[in-house]
Design a protein around this ligand. Sequence first.
Ligand code: CO
Length: 161
Amino acid sequence: MILNIKTYPDKVLTKKTKPVGEINAEIKKLIDDMVETLYAKRGAGLAANQVGEPKRMAVVDDGQGLLVLINPEITKKKGETVMAEGCLSFPGLQLEIKRPEKIEVEYLDKNGQRKKLKTQDLLARVICHEVDHLDGKTMLDRLPLLKRLRLKRELKRKKRS
Ligand code: CO
């Protein structure tokens, strides 16, 4: 089932999500639906709160295969790179965002197996973007202050009109 994507400034996007407990049938169904939604919308990543479920899980595919991240935590960050990125919760918006170049992330896969992944470049960027979502942060929170305030005002005005 393709799920509805919440767009900024929906409040579900700015609240920290709750860790996933048991990976039961309900969670597995949500994973399947999130994967279907990710591919249907041609995104590189999708966090559960973007579809209105405040759970600490995300699905990611940077073009090299699907990753399901349950309770992910970034345990190491190295370097810095700036690249334009988009977000399904900000349709049409592309922003230059500074992210770590290399990361290490620990998570559970969809079978509940504990995993550790070292990665870099685009995949590291997408994972950082999704973990930010799960912490209640959006791309805007990674912008310099003045640019962030200006964009927030603009987007809220646009949403009202
Ligand atoms: Co996003």
